[in-house]
Every structure is written in C-alpha cells, then in structure tokens.
Ligand binder design. Sequence first.
Ligand SMILES: [Cu+2]
Length: 196
Amino acid sequence: MARNGLVYEYMFIAIIVAVLAGFISSLAYYSYALNVNPACEAIKADQQALDDIVRKAQTTPVVEKAEGVYEVYIVGRQFVWIPSNIVLKDPKQVTFYVATTDVIHGFEIAGTNVNFMVIPGYIAKFTWYPPKNAEGEYLILCNEYCGVGHQFMKASLVIERSQQALSESEAGAQQIIAGMVDTLSATTGLTLVPTS
Ligand SMILES: [Cu+2]
C-alpha cells in the first residue's frame, strides 16, 4: 500500500514538471521565435538619465519635433502622473518616454492601444500612431497596483483636431465607403448608391 502511494506521488510530480516545462517553453517560443514581447522598449537608464526625464516632465513635457510628431515626457510617482494634463494638436506620431521614481507603474491610456509597464531603473519608450478619429479627452491611468493611493493615479490626454485635419479624416472615410460600395457592386452585380 505504501509502495503504491509512492508510485502515485512520482506520477503527480512527473505530470507537474511536464506541465511547467510546457508553460516555460511556450513562453520562450513566443518570446524568441515569434517575437511576442512587452509593448514598449525598456531602455536601461542611470540616475542622470532618469533625472533628465523628471526635469523634462516638469518643464517641457510635450515637444513637437515636426508637424504632428511629438515627444512626450512623463514621470510616474506614488500616486500621480507628472504632468497631469497633456494636450496634443493633430498628433500623427507620439513617442512617450516614461520613467518612475519609485515602484512599478502601468501606463495606460484608456480606449487606446497605449498600455505598458514602467519599471524602476528603465525608461519606457513607446511610439503611438493615434487613429485619425482620436479626439477629445482620454483618461491616463495606472494599471499596476502601486500602493494605497493607486486608484487616484490618473492624468488626462486631450487631443485637439483642427478643422483641416477633421475634413481630411472625413474625406478618407468617404473614400473607404466608396471603395466598399464599389466592391459590393462588383461582387453582387447590384447597383448600389451610398446614401449620405
Ligand atoms: Cu498605480
């Protein structure tokens, strides 16, 4: 009886080791073979580089490099994002440089695909191409539990669109609809007229 019990014990150990090996090798496969990795680039930074981001976040958080091309510097700290309000006009490409002065924070802009981890000792770099219809106020939050005030850690991003950008985006949408109508007409043989 005792012997049989031991056999089962070894069987379970073998099954658990096999499952763990499966999980770990699938992680390695996704990371190395398929290159599925965390969303942002984590740049190793010394104290001076981190201080530099803090200084920029406090003085000139938004730098327009070219028309619609922005660099944004942000610092996360228990329990605030600095700056707490970011305004971008007609952004096409936005590169975020985010650092933390204490613990791990999660930088997320709700309703967008901007979502990455900010780790102490690293600068998180993430380039975002906002969709043309992105407009108005977005909530920036921390999605990585960082302490008792975690739920208060938020900021806002405002995207302003000029009239010209709006009409360009509308013209683009109409072009897409026209293309769809053409394809549908061609495949169905029906004469379709888009209603406006
Ligand atoms: Cu947090």
